[in-house]
Write a new protein. Structure first.
Length: 288
């Protein structure tokens, strides 16, 4: 029932100051949803199965046990024990566990913060052709996590991640080509990668490639296509997509002018915390 924690982009992009979590933190939203669906007794039963499997040396079950402790599913949440079981699974080359352990070291969650160790774990996964590991390694090089910033090496890692279908890797690679960061600037290549990331589920990419179509940057200018992409992004609560869609409705770019609809969309962008949208409305963004 457990899957790899979807944490790479959020955690590695988070502020550098980390606070050590208490030994038994409150259950996560994932745990609450699981308990509502399965019931507490069933989750405890599954936890015990994972515990038994891990004791028998099954790395997947050690990983699942780590997830259970990380989320507080069927057991009190304990991030230190989660890291212990991720390490057991990683030591047996279970790559999802290596990635999660790397994230723990990157933030100092359940373990002492150690960016160099985080990068080592991400590179281990990437060398084994794991897309998440390559993306995380790319983020580390881009942000200077445990190493000097190295945009070129970040691009190489994002290229590997994108080549294995990682949507966020394609997005990061597209942005690198758009900005000429670690690679020669190439708007056409950027638009292709951002479109690929959008199709793979990265909604921020949908907004970015929408801007490309609106401006004719790397692609033939296509206002209607841009509007469709902004709408897709806005439907997924990407604030920039809502703002751009609002502007399109205000100016009649790719869609009929509709001031009322424009204001609704810009208000949504403001509600999602985008300061320029709030400024356009003459209001202050809500505190996070």
């Amino acid at each position: 029932m457990f899957r790899s924690l979807v944490l790479s982009l959020t955690l590695l992009g988070a502020p550098g100051v980390a606070h050590e979590a208490p030994k038994q933190a409150a259950p996560t939203k994932e745990a609450e949803k699981a308990e509502a669906f399965f019931g507490h007794e069933e989750l405890v039963r599954q936890f015990k199965l994972h515990e038994t499997g891990c004791k028998k040396g099954n790395p997947m079950e050690c990983f699942n046990l780590g997830l259970a402790y990380a989320q507080g599913v069927g057991v009190a949440r304990d991030e230190a024990r989660a890291a212990t079981f991720f390490k057991k699974a990683c030591d047996k080359d279970y790559l999802d566990a290596c990635n999660n352990l790397g994230i723990a070291y990157a933030q100092g969650v359940g373990v002492k913060k150690d960016p160099k160790q985080a990068l080592t774990l991400f590179e281990k996964s990437c060398k084994a052709d794991d897309a998440k590991g390559c993306f995380n390694a790319g983020q580390a090089y881009a942000l200077g996590l445990g190493v000097e910033k190295d945009p070129a090496r970040a691009v190489t890692a994002f290229e590997k991640a994108c080549g294995r279908g990682h949507a966020d890797g394609c997005f990061s690679l597209g942005i690198a080509y758009a900005n000429g960061n670690g690679v020669n600037k190439d708007p056409a290549r950027a638009a292709t990668l951002l479109s690929q990331a959008c199709d793979a589920g990265n909604m921020a990419s949908c907004n970015s490639v929408g801007v490309s179509y609106m401006a004719g940057n790397g692609v033939t200018r296509d206002m209607k296509r841009a509007v469709a992409l902004f709408e897709k992004a806005c439907d997924a609560n990407v604030a920039g997509g809502c703002l751009n869609l609002g502007i399109a409705h205000k100016q009649g770019n790719g869609v009929a002018k509709n001031p009322e609809r424009s204001r609704e969309l810009i208000q949504k962008a403001c509600g999602l915390g985008l300061a320029p949208a709030c400024q356009a409305l003459g209001t202050a963004p809500k505190a996070p």
